[in-house]
Design a protein around this ligand. Structure first.
Ligand code: NAP
Length: 312
């Protein structure tokens, strides 16, 4: 099969298309023919570092988000059969090898793809939507009528978080550059702040913050929370995390790393099937242009998601 591999850490051009053996599903796993693979910041950070967070070093194949068709099932798998259309975020944070024509995945790291979206739209969802779900629903437990501040609301995680928060009945305040406000209003955002010209730190009585940025955004966001409110940071390794300030302000602050999650993936699929969640696609490129996809991602200005199409 074809896959995108790298032998060293470095700039996007270290990514190269190679031929390698098709993986073989072991007990509890399925083999998926990949139709599309989503691209995430963790991919370009891992590529540049030349190391996964788990310590895995090159040569390796990047990519966690996959949408495709079950080709084969391993021993013990009852959830899927060959021919089923599935999507998910297998194995994270261990290497999953989604930038390839085939991947194996533990069966319960996948769910059925909703019929109302194609593989490109499905591959855009898993990691970013699971992150938003686990942050806002599982961790912050946002409630109907609450005010939720979503930073980088037009980004991969942010635009899905906006829709998930709306589907839970919350009011959404988003930060994004002005050119993206109309789009975010159409996704349901209630209040928008152009972070380049206005200070979101003037907000008060926010119930929950989704902090996708870190750095000085974290202490500034803590001050927007009501007493007992919660900030969920997506930057678990941010060295300056202000736990002491949260205590002083009588608010909660926590950091999460997304996990493979069958129930969460099913919740995401159900929202999609009901028409309450859709991924915006910033760019679609063929698998062989993964380096170009990373260059686009590293501009830190994507609106929605970048996806590699594998079967066209
Ligand atoms: N902990 C976890 O499990 C986890 C999971 C997923 C993602 N993450 C992390 O979360 C971060 C966001 O991920 P992502 O996929 O959403 O990234 P992304 O799609 O690449 O983010 C791009 C977006 O960020 C916006 N942006 C950039 N600087 C901003 C600022 N100062 N204020 C507000 N918006 C800003 C840009 O909008 P403008 O053009 O308007 O600036 C753009 O729309 C990354 O660091 C990623 O590694 C962590």
């Amino acid at each position: 099969m074809l896959a995108v591999s790298q032998d060293v850490g470095g700039p996007p051009d270290v990514l190269k298309i190679i031929e390698m053996d098709r993986p073989v599903p072991t007990v509890g796993e399925v083999l998926v023919r990949v139709h599309a693979a989503g691209v995430n910041p963790t991919d370009w950070k891992t590529r540049a570092r030349g190391q996964f967070a788990t310590g895995a070093v090159p040569p390796f194949v990047l990519g966690f988000d996959v949408s495709g068709v079950v080709e084969e099932v391993g021993p013990g798998v009852t959830l899927f059969s060959p021919g089923d259309e599935v999507f998910g975020m297998p194995r994270f944070p261990h290497p999953a090898g989604a930038y390839a024509e085939f991947v194996t995945a533990p069966a319960r790291h996948l769910v059925r793809k909703p019929a109302n979206i194609d593989h490109t739209a499905a591959a855009a969802l898993p990691l970013a939507a699971l992150t938003a779900w686990q942050a806002l629903v599982d961790t912050a437990d946002i409630q109907r009528g609450q005010r939720v501040l979503v930073h980088a609301a037009a980004g991969g995680v942010g635009h899905l978080a906006v829709q998930i928060a709306k589907a839970r009945g919350a009011r959404v305040v988003g930060t994004a550059s002005a050119a993206k406000h109309d789009l975010l209003r159409r996704l349901g955002a209630d209040e928008l702040i152009d972070y380049r010209t206005a200070d979101f730190g003037a907000l008060r009585d926010i119930d929950a913050v989704l902090d996708t940025i870190g750095g000085d955004y974290t202490p500034r966001s803590l001050r927007t929370l009501r007493k007992g409110g919660i900030l969920v940071s997506l930057l678990p390794m941010d060295p300056g995390f202000p736990a002491g300030l949260a205590e002083e302000l009588d608010v909660r602050a926590t950091r999460i790393l997304v996990e493979p999650d069958h129930a969460g993936m099913q919740a995401v699929a159900d929202l999609v099937a009901r028409g309450q969640l859709r991924a915006l696609i910033d760019t679609t490129l063929p698998l062989g242009e993964a380096a170009q996809a990373h260059k686009r991602g590293e501009t830190n200005s994507a609106t929605g998601k970048i996806v590699l199409s594998v079967v066209v």
